[in-house]
Structures are given as C-alpha cells and as structure tokens.
Design a protein around this ligand. Structure first.
Ligand code: ZN
Length: 99
C-alpha cells in the first residue's frame, strides 16, 4: 500500500490518498479521504464512488465506454464539487459535514 497526500478539491486541506497496485495491472484500489470536510473518492476494481455532503456519485468502468454518459457524469461531479468548494469558502460548512 502506498500513501501520499493530495490537496482536497473542496476545502484545500491535505487529504490522504492510499492506493494498492497489482503487477501488470497498475492501481486496483485507491481511496482519497479528507478528514476536514469528509470528501471521499474511491476506486475499487473498476468501481468509482465520489461522496461529500449529501452527494454520492457511483459509477463503474463500463461508463467509460459510453462517452456521452461518462462526460455527463464527470460534469455533474465537477459542478457539485465546484458548489461544495464555493460553499466551504463562504463558510457554509454544515452542509458538507455529515452529522
Ligand atoms: Zn476537504
């Protein structure tokens, strides 16, 4: 298992990125977690899950074969991330932190 820190896309704190690799495959599992705002991003054997606040986006690698659906999903996630980032910096943090 490898671990390094990345910048959280919402609050800008240091988030932890942990990943596992397999020979000949590359990264098979990856987890990004921010303890500051509860942002999390997971990749587990072709399954993706991004969650923060009331949002949870789940999709799998088969979506990558459908360009339109994939683009739409990525856009949705980016838009939600953008709003969450803006709300965080406006001080509207209780919307993001799950009780
Ligand atoms: Zn964060």
């Amino acid at each position: 298992m490898e671990r390094y820190s990345v910048t959280c896309p919402i609050c800008g704190s240091k988030a932890i990125d942990e990943y596992y690799t397999e020979d000949g495959v590359g990264i098979v599992e990856e987890y990004v977690n921010c303890s500051c705002c509860n942002y999390s991003d997971e990749f587990v054997y072709g399954h993706y899950k991004t969650s923060f606040g009331r949002y949870e986006f789940i999709y799998d690698y088969s979506l990558l074969n459908d360009n339109n659906a994939y683009t739409l999903t990525v856009k949705k996630i980016h838009k939600a991330l953008f709003m969450a980032h803006r709300n965080w910096h406006k001080g509207l943090r209780e919307r993001l932190i799950r009780k």
